[in-house]
Write a protein that binds this ligand. Structure first.
Ligand code: SF4
Length: 75
């Protein structure tokens, strides 16, 4: 599973290997990102959705570029 959030929202991929666990992404987009038990990012599995803007802010705010967004505007 790649963590697609559907709609116009970007496809989201995370790289836990480079994550340093700041939690900034989960702050901006808590329905998309969460930290696992080791404090590394993963795609959130809970209910709800974040806006594309929130997801973009989360990706931009990540200090280690551990979040990759790709547009899925193929309708
Ligand atoms: S913002 Fe980046 S470094 Fe911080 S928890 Fe999220 S993915 Fe990890």
């Amino acid at each position: 599973m790649t963590g697609t959030t559907g709609g116009e929202r970007p496809e989201v991929a995370v790289t836990p290997r480079t994550c340093v666990g700041t939690g900034v992404c989960a702050f901006y987009a808590p329905a998309t990102f969460e930290l696992d038990e080791r404090g590394r990012v993963r795609i959130a599995t809970g209910p709800g959705e974040d806006s594309a803007e929130d997801i973009g802010n989360a990706a931009e705010a990540c200090p280690t570029q551990s979040i990759t967004l790709s547009s899925t505007d193929e309708r």
